[in-house]
Design a protein around this ligand. Structure first.
Ligand code: IPM
Ligand code: MG
Length: 375
């Protein structure tokens, strides 16, 4: 079959890791008789350089007209200090919103071959670690009301009633706020994603919130319980986010699926990726209502390694596998890519980030070629 894939290479190491991944996708096409048509699009720093806009309309439109989006990485320190809407990150947030990608799947697993890289004591991860973080992606504080004001003084807006803290006025000076907010609708739909995911895994969901302090978390917890009633086979537990941050280090094997808000998911998914010790190996999927999705490695654009042919493309290759599985319905092909990655590791190939003595050094493109050959 023919598939149309929007390709956003992005900034830093983005172009290289995507190029290496396309070698693998092309091989999948050849082996299984599919044609992947690539539509190359700009977003992030590359788009800012090109047009002054981090997320051009054309990119959004072409993404919508595709079966899936594969993204390398966006971000470039060159744009640090710019206002929020003129930073590369605005492209990521804009894409998530414009494409309705409310569910972010971030697996954190440890490969046997790379278990030594895990910074935790061996006994803590013995027997394998495989967590799926389901992060709500288009709500919460990321998309709540925000603003910066000056209270009092010459340029100030005068008296500002602080509804949040119940005070009548705030002391004069600058004031900024970002509101954490969730609707029942948003919590329900992410809950379904988490429970459906758990049904395909170990039927264990940990919902992470801050219900001892936040109203939005109390609603989150209540709605999780309500949706849970539809999944009697799944075990649901709740944990406060600060405790979850500790438990991820102390006993990460207790987790199967973690479901949490946008902000908490941002932080916990970075923490979880770090305990696997191989951030260059972890993929992610961002999904909406239908099959359409956006796939990207969880790591960033690593500008200091750009163009050096040393970045690890495996996270992007595994993201492409998720794309085959979730957006294109090609489960067999996705399995083949994941198996090829395992075989590649077993054969001893290593990019610099995971290199150890006695292994075979490869660069970004060679990694892509080897994995493609193993598909
Ligand atoms: C991520 C990133 C983004 C986020 C940034 C780049 C906007 O940290 O995907 O986790 O905070 O969601
Ligand atoms: Mg993040």
């Amino acid at each position: 079959m023919d598939y149309r894939i929007a390709i956003i290479k992005g900034d830093g190491i983005g172009p290289e890791i995507v190029d290496a991944t396309l070698l693998v996708l092309d091989k999948v096409g050849k082996e299984y008789g599919h044609t992947f048509k690539y539509e190359y699009l700009l977003a992030g720093g590359a788009a800012l350089d090109d047009s002054g806009e981090p997320l051009p309309e054309k990119t959004i439109k072409e993404c919508k007209d595709s079966d899936a989006v594969l993204l390398g990485a966006v971000g470039d320190p060159k744009w640090d200090g710019q206002p929020g809407n003129k930073r590369p990150e605005a492209a990521i947030l804009g894409l998530r919103e414009a494409l309705g990608l409310f569910a972010n799947l971030r697996p954190a697993m440890v490969y046997d071959e790379l278990a030594f890289a895990c910074p935790l004591k061996p006994e803590i991860i013995e027997g394998g670690l495989n967590i799926m973080i389901v992060r709500e992606l288009t709500g919460g504080i990321y998309f709540g009301k925000r603003g910066t004001e000056v209270i009092g003084g010459a340029s100030g807006s005068g008296e500002f009633v602080d509804h949040l803290r119940g005070e009548k006025t705030l002391p004069s000076g600058r004031f900024a706020y970002d509101v954490e907010q969730y609707t029942e609708f948003e919590i329900k739909r992410i809950a379904h994603v988490a429970f459906d995911m758990a049904m395909k895994r170990n039927k264990n969901v940990m919902s992470v919130d801050k219900a001892n302090v936040l109203d939005s978390s109390r609603l989150w917890r209540a709605v999780m319980e309500e949706v849970h009633a539809e999944y009697p086979e799944v075990k649901l537990d709740h944990m406060y986010v600060d405790n979850a941050a500790q438990q991820l280090i102390k006993n990460p094997k207790q987790f199967d699926v973690i479901v949490t808000s946008n902000m908490f998911g941002d932080i916990l998914s970075d923490e979880a990726s770090q305990i696997t010790g191989s951030i260059g190996m972890l993929p992610s999927a961002s999904l909406g209502e239908g099959a359409f999705g956006l796939y990207e490695p969880i790591h960033g654009s690593a500008p200091k390694y750009a163009g050096m042919d040393r970045a690890n493309p495996v996270a992007t290759i595994l993201s492409a596998a998720m794309m085959l599985r979730y957006s294109l319905g090609l489960g067999k092909e996705a399995d083949a890519v994941e198996k090829a990655v395992e075989d590649y590791l077993a054969a001893g190939y290593r990019t610099p980030d995971i290199m150890t003595e006695g292994k075979i050094p490869v660069g970004t493109m060679e990694c892509g070629r080897q994995i493609a050959a193993l598909v």
